[in-house]
Design a protein around this ligand. Structure first.
Ligand SMILES: Cc1ncc(COP(=O)(O)O)c(C=O)c1O
Length: 367
């Protein structure tokens, strides 16, 4: 592997866009303002002031909020609560690889529904429901999808909520990328749409990983009281409580105004990186197909006739990490996922040039 490794693999922000000074100041403020609260065990539902902020943000009461060590932990608790071997679950195709792993490990009976350029094809789901499919849970990534980059339009969100209410499944809205937006206005969450009709069908997960940094490991779950109290019981049995120190720091980070600034910094930097990446791919990988990202961390790229796993191996030999599409779906051979979050502009230039060299060496592009 080349010495100077470039990662298009990790969905994590590069260090230059993490607000280290803001986090240090927030840590001092957290220890100064609430030493007893953040050094105690606390309870499984999370640090009370942060829980309150999240409840206000989502327009729910604190009983509907559980703060966890990252949103993947939130999802894992939810799967533990809902899924036993053979439980029917629907996921998108493609979807987040760790979601697939988590459901496979729990031996869920997985049905996939394809995405198109706008996200999950809700009409295809409805057909399956009409034909008798009765999932207990449907997992959807509504904004700036991982890996596909797409965002679900309002009519599909409304339809999904209506189907969840009609057919009685939990709609799991896994939404860590919502705030990382390069253009346009946010759409209502499916949680909001459900709450406007009385609630009870949507469970929403969010995270500070993509807007503050992954290392704080703070995420959350918002949902019906029965779900939150059930899942909180599993959390107590797993770790007593999540990290109060981390949650206290995030709470002070928000109170200082640093959170809003961090969202702006990350979104601006990733918007610039995504634009450059798209431009370079078009010129250096002729024939490749992708939709330019409007937010989030990932560009989902198809190279017709290519083998993504072979390309990943050839890129790795040149010091560039990418993820093969097969990690995210069966039939993903021609696809790769490129994260533009961890590499700066210069690295993106160099990384695409090496990726093109790898593709050429395999005969996937001409030249
Ligand atoms: C769709 C999705 N859900 C959940 C997660 C996990 O995030 P966290 O770091 O909050 O555990 C990720 C991280 O990449 C993700 O893409």
């Amino acid at each position: 592997m080349a010495a100077d490794s470039i990662s298009f693999a990790r969905g994590a922000p590069s260090l230059d866009i993490v607000d280290i000074e803001g986090l240090k100041a927030a840590a001092v403020a957290a220890f100064d303002s609430d030493p007893a609260g953040i050094t105690a065990y606390g309870t499984s539902v999370g640090y009370p002031p942060l829980r309150q902020w999240l409840a206000d943000r989502h327009g729910v009461s604190t009983e509907n909020v559980l703060v966890t060590n990252g949103s993947m932990q939130a999802g894992a608790f939810l799967f533990d609560w809902v899924v036993t071997p053979g439980t029917p679950v629907v996921v998108e195709r493609p979807t987040y690889d760790r979601t697939l792993d988590g459901l496979r490990r729990r031996a869920a009976e997985i049905t996939t529904i394809d995405l198109d350029a706008d996200g999950i094809v809700v009409d295809a789901l409805e057909e399956k429901l009409k034909a008798g499919l009765r999932p207990k849970l449907i997992h959807v990534i509504p904004n700036f999808h991982n890996p596909a980059g797409c965002t679900l339009p309002l009519d599909r969100r409304e339809k999904l909520v209506a189907l969840a209410r009609e057919y009685g499944f939990w709609l799991f809205e896994d939404d860590p990328y919502r705030d990382v937006r390069f253009e346009g206005e946010p759409l209502p969450t499916m949680l909001e749409i459900d709450l406007a009709q009385g609630g009870g069908s949507v469970i929403h997960a969010g995270s500070f990983t993509k807007t503050v940094c992954p290392g704080v490991r703070v995420g959350w779950l918002v949902g019906p009281t029965e779900v939150i109290s059930g899942v909180a019981g599993l959390a107590t049995g797993t770790y007593i409580a999540p990290s109060m120190v981390s949650e206290g720091i995030v709470d002070q980070f928000i109170k200082s105004g640093a959170f809003e600034r961090s969202v702006a910094t990350v979104s601006a930097a990733l918007g610039e990186r995504a634009a450059l990446l798209g431009e370079l791919l078009r010129s250096e990988l002729p024939g490749c197909e992708f939709s330019p990202p409007k937010g989030g961390y990932f560009l989902w790229l198809r190279l017709p006739g290519a083998d993504g796993a072979a390309l990943a191996a050839a890129a790795a030999e040149r010091g560039v990490q990418i993820v093969a599409g097969t990690d995210f779906m069966d039939g993903g051979e021609e696809w790769i996922r490129l994260a533009y979050s961890a590499a700066g502009l210069e690295e993106i230039r160099e990384g695409v040039s090496r990726l093109a060299d790898a593709a050429r060496s395999l005969g996937f592009i001409e030249g």
